[in-house]
Write a protein that binds this ligand. Structure first.
Ligand code: M6R
Length: 601
């Protein structure tokens, strides 16, 4: 979490940094700050809360053409002005921003900095204090002090700092946390995500872990920790500036929900060859086919997509699949099969919990594949293979189009592997995904009715339950996560048959029960479960699929192939959650306590 930007050139640094931070707000929004350097001094502005608060306190009269900025998701130290970045060394000479967690910060404080009075509760401050200590007490050059500091740090970091009394240089380094250098004419920038600096450049250079980068207005010098120079070509960020704007939408989440039909069509197109056949990298197919079991590792919404993926891969490709929560798998690894394949599903490609598993299983020598929306992301770079989601930037913290893209790509993976095994797939996936896109469009056009339903079920309720069976249960887990994360209504998803084993005790008069019924084989059983809760006072909302619908149903989705229903049934759940959050006056795109990329374990 947290986002970093930096600029060095000839223009007003303040505005470029602030605009960049606005694009990175999805990474955290507990506080924000910038530091700009001119001939007089380094000027630091920081404030609790959103970038808008920071804008209010930045002194417009300060002119400077270099600086660094930070938007924070608090880990060490409460969200406050004191704990906001940038942090300064005691003398004020060094000013630093950091994304990540310095795991050994307490030990470093004890061993090296016991005489230093700290101004914040953050782990970050040790870094800037160490640099100052090594410069003043050991007479090291700034670069050497930085290098020495980096050799002491354990954990994750993307760091940038300024030296008030030194040359006009941004000192930069990273380990496990993302950071890019952007190149321009007469200026250079740094950013946690290319999106932030697309305003000035689309040409970027990747920085690898444990490299040090010196960025001046007209030069970028990369070296490894041993001081050896590193040369790396730049690349063009394939991001369209309009993809990262909200346009006429009030919130990114609504825009991203509406983009889903297009995303599905784009995925079909991208994964088709000239003959219209679905195709993926043959090495991936061989790797999947060689595996005796697939282990899907993911978190949050991506985990929910993984559960649906299991059903698809097992049914279509006939390969056994286990789905694991990344943060659990790392500490509680099951007995593995003889030839496992690890598949990491991650919108951002930066989730630290998933990365920890990836690093571990790579050490064990197992093959790895990442499904991600972000080319060049850490999980993509570090896995053996990548399948891209092609969903376009997802900016709302609540994931919507990435979830459906993940499922669509997994269905294609399953189908291509089945074809390779010459296993007959009794339906035309391209055609069925086309029908899914059409159905999604119908649902996106049903906003008014879903807004009314959302009012009926979620106004004033403290809690809500989502029930389904089989694949519908997995969608219920996702529907309940959407509702709780953006509206703060306590919501849980349950397997329909499981409620009566305990949770039914929570049902009271008027408790909303959202039941999803898209599977013929369990249509009657889930309706039986609804009856059980209705007899105890629940307020039922049955979302069924055409062909299985009954008079009592509240909303009917268009008919699609039964294996692909999650792609469609999730849309009304996303919209119900969206309107619940709107009714409650919540900040839909930036729910409290959350951040889009969870880059800490
Ligand atoms: O980037 P990832 O897909 O790895 O992120 C995983 C979760 O943090 C993410 O899905 C989270 O649960 C979303 N906020 C859900 O909407």
């Amino acid at each position: 979490m947290c986002g970093i930007v930096g600029y060095i050139g000839n223009q007003d640094a303040k505005e470029i940094l602030l605009k960049g931070l606005e694009k990175l707000e999805y990474r955290g929004y507990d506080s924000a700050g910038i530091a700009v350097k001119n001939e007089e001094a380094v000027h630091v502005f920081k404030e609790k809360g959103r970038i808008a608060n920071l804008r209010n306190i930045v002194d417009e009269t300060v002119a400077a053409t270099m600086g660094i900025g930070h938007t924070r998701w608090a880990t060490h130290g409460i969200p406050s002005k004191e704990n906001s970045h940038p942090h300064q060394s005691t003398s004020g000479r060094f000013t630093l921003v950091h994304n990540g967690v310095i795991e050994n910060y307490e030990q470093l404080k004890r061993e090296y900095l016991s005489d230093v009075e700290f101004a914040s509760d953050t782990d970050t401050e040790v870094v800037v204090q160490l640099i100052e200590k090594f410069v003043t007490e050991e007479n090291l050059e700034v670069l050497e002090a930085f290098r020495k500091t980096l050799t002491l740090l354990q954990g994750s970091y993307a760091i940038a700092f300024l030296d008030e009394s030194g040359s006009d240089t941004l000192y930069v380094a990273k380990n496990k946390s993302p950071l890019l250098v952007g190149l321009g004419d007469d200026f250079n920038v740094i950013a946690s995500d290319a999106m932030a600096m697309l305003q000035v450049t689309d040409e970027y250079v990747e920085i690898m872990d444990k490299e040090i980068v010196l960025v001046t207005k007209d030069q970028v010098t990369i070296e490894n920790l041993q001081g050896e120079p590193v040369k790396r070509p730049s690349y063009k960020a394939e991001l369209d500036a309009s993809d990262i704007e909200k346009g006429t939408y009030p919130f990114y989440m609504l825009k991203e929900i509406d983009e889903q039909p297009l995303v599905i069509r784009k995925i079909i197109q991208t994964y088709q060859d000239d003959q219209g056949q679905l195709t993926i990298n043959p090495d991936i197919i061989t790797t999947v086919n060689d595996a005796d079991r697939i282990y899907i590792i993911a978190a949050g919404t991506s985990y929910h997509a993984g559960l649906v993926g299991k059903q698809l891969i097992e049914t279509i490709a006939e390969i056994p699949v286990e789905v694991h929560i990344a943060s659990e798998f790392g500490y509680n690894m099951p007995l593995l099969s003889k030839k496992p394949l690890f598949v990491f599903i991650s919108q951002s490609g930066e989730t630290a919990d998933s990365r920890a598993v990836l690093v571990h299983v790579k050490e064990l020598g197992y093959p790895t594949l990442t499904l991600t929306n972000v080319p060049g992301s850490t999980l993509s770079r570090e896995a053996d293979y990548t399948l891209l989601l092609h969903a376009g930037p997802e900016i709302a913290v609540a994931s919507t189009k990435a979830y459906t893209a993940q499922i669509a790509v997994m269905s294609i993976l399953a189908k291509v592997v089945a074809d390779h095994k010459q296993k007959e797939v009794p339906f035309d996936l391209v055609q069925e995904l086309g029908l899914v896109a059409n159905a999604m469009e119908v649902l996106c056009d049903s906003k008014e009715i879903l807004e009314i339903m959302s009012k009926e079920y979620f106004t004033d309720t403290p809690n809500a339950f989502f029930i389904g069976r089989g694949i519908d249960y997995y969608v219920c887990l996702e529907g309940s996560l959407k509702l709780k994360e953006i509206s703060y209504i306590q919501a849980e998803g349950f397997a329909g048959g499981e409620l009566k084993h305990g949770t039914i005790a929570l049902i009271e008069d008027g408790t909303p029960i959202i039941a999803v019924a898209t599977q013929a084989s369990v249509n009657l059983s889930i309706r039986g479960n609804v009856k059980e809760v209705v007899s105890r006072g629940a307020n039922p909302c049955i979302i069924s699929m055409k062909g299985l619908d009954m008079d009592e149903d509240s909303f009917v989705i268009p008919e699609v192939h039964e294996l692909l229903t999650p792609l469609v049934s999730v849309v009304p759940l996303q919209l119900l959650a969206y309107y619940a959050a709107i009714q409650r006056g919540c900040d839909v795109d930036k729910p409290r306590n959350l951040a889009k990329s969870v880059t800490v374990e």
